[in-house]
Design a protein around this ligand. Structure first.
Ligand SMILES: NC(=O)c1ccc[n+]([C@@H]2O[C@H](COP(=O)([O-])OP(=O)(O)OC[C@H]3O[C@@H](n4cnc5c(N)ncnc54)[C@H](O)[C@@H]3O)[C@@H](O)[C@H]2O)c1
Length: 374
């Protein structure tokens, strides 16, 4: 076992805490083993009497009862709502159902909506919290890698409309986020590795290069079985996201670095029509960009090799499926919201931890990426 992993394990033992200042709000983040134990002490600092705990039908059987018992034992009035798991739940009908429930149970603005689940539950719950009575208190208890390292932080809320992901939403940070890696134990392996693609992306754009390098280089080949160092990886991803959203809450510049690998990734994900998870498509997208950067001699080939090796060790795909043509991919990229005036905005790297935004004309993109267009 390497020195790096031993260090990671020591860090896994105690939750890290930090405060995010986002627009006029702050988010207390508690991340690490046992983080959920800090929920009650945080609640005592609020004026809440009631909590609506929102979860999905995969997460609820595992974790809802112990959470509600803990809250009830502390004399909070608890209402629970369990919705079907999956992206299809992020819709305006669910939003209406939740508004009705909050009204019926006489929730006030100072009462809390607690989102217990992955990014779907977090996005849906946060959207409802942001709009009910112009904004009620919100706590996130994220249970996936994506939710712990990404979606629970930074205040973007969303539901889908007319088959378009995240079309309706708001910026509304949670008051607190309790990210406990113990929830990840029950996460199916494919969800775990898919989420880890986003954490590897965070390592690549992380300004804390030594830590990021150590975490990635130290990721053992049997990581999916042992999950050693998982908490450190997710916490580091969360740190990178936290830093970027603090610098650019409304997504005009630095926050966009989080889109590394996403332009090609989104096109691949759309063409895969449900056969690839988001993180799997992002894995392919990151490698496509790194390959182009190596070809243009803008980054060292070792960086591409290291990243590809680690992604493969996580059983993530790294090549564009042979069934997808460049024309199809370009047609999808042309629909990307980052396309304006015939140019697409890509996130590129000068080197590890040095991301930048670059506009490339759509007409030159295939050549730049080294794709054949015949
Ligand atoms: N707001 C943001 O900034 C932001 C950022 C990234 C992603 N997102 C959104 O997040 C969503 C994706 O999040 P996700 O990947 O967490 O998906 P998800 O919420 O659908 O969770 C993935 C699956 O894992 C299950 N699950 C969750 N926790 C579990 C656990 N501990 N044990 C066992 N099963 C568990 C869920 O029921 C679901 O089936 C998308 O809707 C995306 O748009 C939002």
């Amino acid at each position: 076992m390497t020195e790096h992993i031993a260090t990671s394990e020591r860090r896994d033992d105690k939750p890290q805490r930090w405060t995010l200042a986002l627009a006029d709000k702050t988010t207390q983040v508690i991340s690490g083993k046992g983080a959920r134990q800090y929920l009650l002490s945080f609640l005592k600092t609020t004026a809440a009497q009631k909590l609506l705990v929102l979860s999905d039908d995969n997460v609820a059987p595992l974790y809802l009862r112990s959470l509600t018992s803990q809250l009830q034992a502390a004399n909070y009035q608890v209402v629970t709502k369990v919705v079907p798991a999956g992206e299809a739940t992020k819709n305006l009908q669910q939003v209406n159902t939740l508004y009705d429930l909050l009204l019926q149970k006489k929730f006030s603005r100072r009462d809390i909506l607690l989102a217990l689940g992955g990014g779907v539950i977090g996005d849906l719950g946060a959207f409802v919290a942001s709009t009910y009575m112009r904004g009620m208190a919100l706590i996130q208890v994220p249970t996936t890698v994506v939710a712990q390292g990404d979606s629970s932080l930074g205040g973007k809320t969303a539901v889908d409309l007319a088959m378009t992901k995240n079309l309706i939403g708001s910026f509304y940070p949670a008051q607190a986020v309790f990210s406990d890696p113990e929830f990840l134990v029950s996460l199916p392996p494919r969800e775990l590795s898919s989420g880890l693609a986003e954490m590897i992306k965070c390592l690549l754009i992380s300004p804390d290069q030594p830590t990021a390098r150590n975490l990635l280089a130290g990721l053992p080949t049997d990581f999916l079985q042992t999950r050693v160092g998982l908490a450190s990886l997710v916490a580091q991803g969360a740190r990178v996201k936290s830093d970027l959203v603090q610098r650019d809450f409304y997504d005009f510049k630095e926050r966009r670095y989080l889109n590394f690998g996403h332009t090609v990734g989104h096109a691949v994900e759309a063409l895969a029509a449900g056969r690839l998870r988001h993180g799997e498509a992002v894995s392919i997208g990151m490698v496509a960009i790194l390959q182009a950067l190596v070809t243009h001699q803008l980054i060292p080939a070792q960086l591409l090799l290291l990243v590809t090796t680690k992604l493969k060790a996580l059983r993530l795909p790294t090549t564009i499926p042979a069934t997808m043509t460049s024309q199809q991919l370009l047609a999808k990229i042309a629909l990307d919201k980052k396309v304006a005036a015939g140019q697409v905005e890509l996130v590129l790297l000068h080197d590890w931890g040095q991301p930048y935004l670059q506009k490339i004309p759509l007409t030159k993109l295939a050549t730049w990426l080294g794709w054949s267009t015949c």
